[in-house]
Design a protein around this ligand. Structure first.
Ligand SMILES: [Zn+2]
Ligand SMILES: [Zn+2]
Length: 100
């Protein structure tokens, strides 16, 4: 897990995760989907992006060293916010884990 932290308006000082800007802009309980590679543990928060980009990904979206280039880029999200958005996507049946 990253040593880097951010100051979240809601959760205070937290470790950071990276998600696409659409996920950051969409506030719970709304969801734009949540797509990532499989996590290897509770503290392993993989870069995640919205499911509009799952299409892009499966149709030749760019992958660089296991990271994904999404159209509007990635940005920092606190790990608590990350987990909340993942849960919202799960509830909406829009959580996708990319295998392989
Ligand atoms: Zn997106
Ligand atoms: Zn937060």
């Amino acid at each position: 897990m990253s040593e880097e932290t951010c100051e979240c308006a809601e959760h205070g000082q937290q470790s950071i995760a990276f998600v696409c800007r659409h996920i950051i802009k969409t506030l719970p309980p709304e969801t734009v989907g949540f797509v990532s590679y499989p996590s290897e543990g509770d503290d392993d928060l993989r870069d995640a992006w919205c499911d509009c980009n799952a299409y892009l990904q499966s149709n030749g979206g760019e992958r660089v060293d296991g990271h994904v280039e999404v159209p509007d880029g990635m940005d920092i999200l606190c790990t608590e916010c990350y987990r909340l958005r993942e849960i919202d996507a799960l509830r909406a049946d829009r959580r996708t884990v990319i295998q392989g």
